[in-house]
Design a protein around this ligand. Structure first.
Ligand SMILES: [Zn+2]
Ligand SMILES: [Zn+2]
Length: 358
């Protein structure tokens, strides 16, 4: 609906994953403490393309990995000015409740209540006062816009690696070599893990995995999988297992080859009705831990920014596609399978259009 006289902007609104429309919508209105950010670029995550998740929210403006230039600030805002180039997180915790005190930030009730208005696949985003206070980070010059669009996903991975307690010499098995799986292979390398094993049914992804540092890339269906896994881990199995796809089979596969004392981490949510079959008997005598890592908190985003700004952690080569808002539908289609793409980036103001503070 076009409100007469109101300032308007473009946003890509998903009515389903197959029906994304670029629409003119009113510019979000700011409340005290809020800022308005002009989105420069926003990464496309495979969770943006999860049917069960998106169908609960439609119609919705997706996009939760944005970077932008501050366009407007309300008088209550301190330390952020118009023209600042910033990362802004999609959710923030309260930092005070029992869960936050334990570092369980992403389970905090406040975490799910906060969100971006309307979402990163829009020309402008209202960032609420709560987020402004806790998780808007000014970007140093040496970090590129596209690299900064990895702060959010890298923060999720750093949090997951903390839960897995990956240390130098850990044997790591990454199940699923989509863009985030590949980033996790690099992260495993960064932490000194050895060996790093990857499994993925798609050959081109296994090749990528080897390129970014996997010691061994296996097809989960290959007949000698068990022997190869055993051989690579001196017969023990993998100690730190990261299951990337939000699906039952890879989780069960990970549990089957877990070493005694292993941690199996579920990185992506499964659909709500999915159930996993495992034998407690086997896991009991091996003392295998199953854990989960949902999103990231303000501590993780700062760590991710530091790592990327340091220049020693490469992510930009994971980008294979760039689109304007009219390409969001195609980007989501690609992200659904990742069999012909890695990371896609959305430029809401158009590719090659310089976004400057006015
Ligand atoms: Zn994501
Ligand atoms: Zn809390």
């Amino acid at each position: 609906m076009n409100v007469k006289g109101a300032a308007m902007m473009n946003a890509a609104r998903a009515y389903s994953l197959d029906d994304v429309r670029v629409e003119e919508v009113p510019l979000p209105r700011l409340e005290p403490g809020d800022i308005l950010v002009q989105v420069v670029v926003c990464g496309v995550c495979s969770s943006d393309a999860m049917d069960w998740y998106v169908s609960r929210k439609v119609p919705v403006v997706l996009g939760h990995e944005p970077v932008g230039i501050v366009h407007q600030v309300t008088p209550e805002v301190e330390g952020i000015e118009v023209g600042d180039r910033v990362f802004f997180h999609h959710h923030v915790p309260c930092m005070e409740c029992r869960l936050c005190q334990r570092g369980q930030y992403t389970s905090c009730r406040r975490f799910r209540e906060t969100s971006l208005d309307p979402g990163g696949f829009a020309e402008f985003v209202r960032v609420s006062a709560q987020i402004v206070r806790l998780d808007v980070l000014k970007l140093p010059n040496q970090i590129s816009d596209e690299s900064a669009a990895f702060i959010e996903p890298l923060a999720c991975s750093l949090r997951a690696f903390g839960k897995l307690d990956v240390v130098s010499g850990s044997s790591v098995w990454v199940i699923g070599a989509g863009p985030m799986g590949l980033m996790n292979v690099r992260l495993a390398r960064y932490f000194g893990a050895k060996p790093i094993i990857v499994s993925d049914p798609i050959e081109v992804r296994r090749d990528f995995a080897e390129e970014v540092g996997a010691d061994l890339a296996l097809d989960p269906g290959q007949p000698d999988f068990d022997e190869r896994m055993a051989e690579a881990t001196d017969g023990w199995g993998a100690e730190k297992i990261i299951v990337m796809p939000g699906a039952v089979e890879p989780i069960e596969h990970g549990l089957t080859h877990a070493a005694p004392g292993a941690i199996v981490l579920v990185y992506t949510p499964t659909p709500p009705e999915a159930t996993v079959a495992y034998r407690p008997h086997d896991l009991y005598f091996k003392e295998v831990t199953i854990t989960h890592s949902y999103s990231a908190g303000p501590v993780d985003t700062r760590e991710a920014l530091d790592l990327l700004a340091g220049g020693e952690f490469e992510v930009e080569d994971l980008i294979t596609h760039r689109f304007g808002l009219d390409g969001v539908g195609e980007a989501l289609r690609l992200a659904k399978t990742h069999d012909e793409s890695l990371r896609a980036m959305i430029y809401p103001h158009g590719i090659g259009v310089e976004v400057k503070a006015i």
